[in-house]
Design a protein around this ligand. Structure first.
Ligand code: URA
Length: 286
């Protein structure tokens, strides 16, 4: 496989070493966060390690996932809908039939759990509303809460590099290159604590509706909370990655959260294999 210079640079940034002998090149001189990542073990002096195995493709259907009903593109909204307020503990009704505008307004004013009181703002999601790719993370952190956009901190910078490595972007570009990025929770848990089960269940209909509206060709679920809440399982990521799951009729590929990869750079090679699997799934979807 031949990489463009840009893709090679991105792989270096992810901390993924060159996989093929003809691709081997001197390591970058500049010390970056990922250049400091441990280089994967080398089989024999000078011989690059074999590529992380791009896994076989057993498809694991999620039994609980209902079949996705065909959903049309959201109609253009002439007027902004009035916010649908719900008392604490009550989720607004009708989320599963909302269009983008109603969903955005509802999320922005949601107080279905206590995070509505501590957040600065809800973080709805970003990207193309009909993107082929949807990325699902955990919850906004401090910076996301301040800026109103998911994945803008250090983990987000790594996510952007991962996306660029497979020629995708959150920015405005050719629609085929764009993604839609959303989190399981739309509001920041205080002090960046883990999401609580009740928060996840209150917020879940928003994410499922986003998926139904985007109708992505592949979902990349990043990290334990995204994976376990979408797939309705408590299995660890290590046991779920490497195969294709299905949620609402959409193929879901599981991988590590970028924040985890920042702490465990050696696993970037596994994440790279997951990206390759997702890219394969996307290509097969036509
Ligand atoms: N981590 C996430 O999972 N989501 C964000 O938006 C930021 C950090």
């Amino acid at each position: 496989m031949r990489w463009t210079e840009r893709q090679r640079a991105m792989l270096r940034e992810m901390g993924v070493p060159p996989f093929w002998p003809e691709e081997a090149e001197a390591p970058a001189e500049t010390v970056t966060e990922s250049a400091a990542a441990p280089v994967l073990p080398v089989a024999a002096a000078g011989a690059p390690v074999a590529p992380p195995a791009v896994p076989q493709r057993p498809v694991a259907a999620t039994p609980a996932a209902p079949a996705r009903a065909p959903i049309g593109r959201p109609p253009a909204m002439a007027d902004k809908p009035a916010p649908i307020e719900a008392p604490l503990g009550a989720r607004p009704a009708g989320v599963d039939t909302m269009d983008w505008a109603a969903l955005r307004t509802t999320v922005a004013s949601c107080h279905a759990c206590s995070l509505g009181a501590s957040r600065k703002q809800a973080v709805f999601g970003v990207g193309h509303e009909q993107a082929d790719w949807m990325i699902v993370g955990e919850a906004p952190g401090e910076q996301e809460d301040r800026e109103g956009e998911p994945f803008v901190g250090r983990a987000g910078q790594l996510l952007d590099r991962m996306l660029h490595a497979i020629d995708l972007t959150r920015g405005e570009d050719a629609p085929a290159r764009q993604v839609f990025i959303a989190n399981v929770l739309k509001c920041r848990p205080p002090a960046n604590r883990n999401p609580q089960p009740q928060e996840v269940s209150q917020c879940e209909p928003y994410l499922l509706r986003q998926m139904a509206l985007v109708q992505p060709k592949v979902v990349l679920a990043m990290g334990r909370f995204a994976v376990q809440s979408l797939l309705k399982t408590s299995e660890p990521i290590g046991k779920l990655r490497g195969r294709v799951h299905t949620v609402q009729g959409v193929p879901v590929v599981v991988t590590y959260h970028p924040a985890y990869l920042l702490r465990n750079p050696a696993d970037k090679a596994l994440a790279w294999a997951d990206l390759c699997l997702a890219r394969e799934v996307r290509a097969e979807a036509g």
